[in-house]
Design a binder for this molecule. Sequence first.
Ligand SMILES: [Zn+2]
Length: 175
Amino acid sequence: MTSSPFIIRLSGLKEGQHEFKFKVEPSFFEQNKFIDEVSGKLNLKVLLDKKLNLATLDFEFDGTLILLCDRCNSEMNYPLNYTDKLYIKFGHESYENTDEVIVLHDGDHEMDITSYIYEFIQLAIPMKKVHQEGDCDEEVINKLKEFQLNKEKENKQDSTNIDPRWEALNKLKSK
Ligand SMILES: [Zn+2]
């Protein structure tokens, strides 16, 4: 038995549609390390359509992700509404798992969907994460600008002062 809260029991399921509901809480994001810093609260509805030898699982995420803004690096709420699909085949020993099709053998009576939840949320995170116009943390933006300006000044100074080691090397070369 597994202690995962994201289990779908398949044994004894009749053919037809079945609905499963889960809650993805901030603890899920803490336990599963995402590529970017992300948290949130989502409702997940899984609609399972069981046929004789296969099943389709429709995932429907609905809620809010908390992402870090690319511009000001402070938290932003991102309303999420994302759907995706999985296919399951039952009992075909010769089939290999692929990205879309999962093969469950006769002995598999339950399925832990944690890794698929992770994968789908990862897919749902937008490439560009920026606050709406005017919502950015201006204090941070100003600090970043200041930092950038100082950096530019430093770079200018660097290029006017020639490193004495290079000078020595140049002298050697010209001999
Ligand atoms: Zn921002």
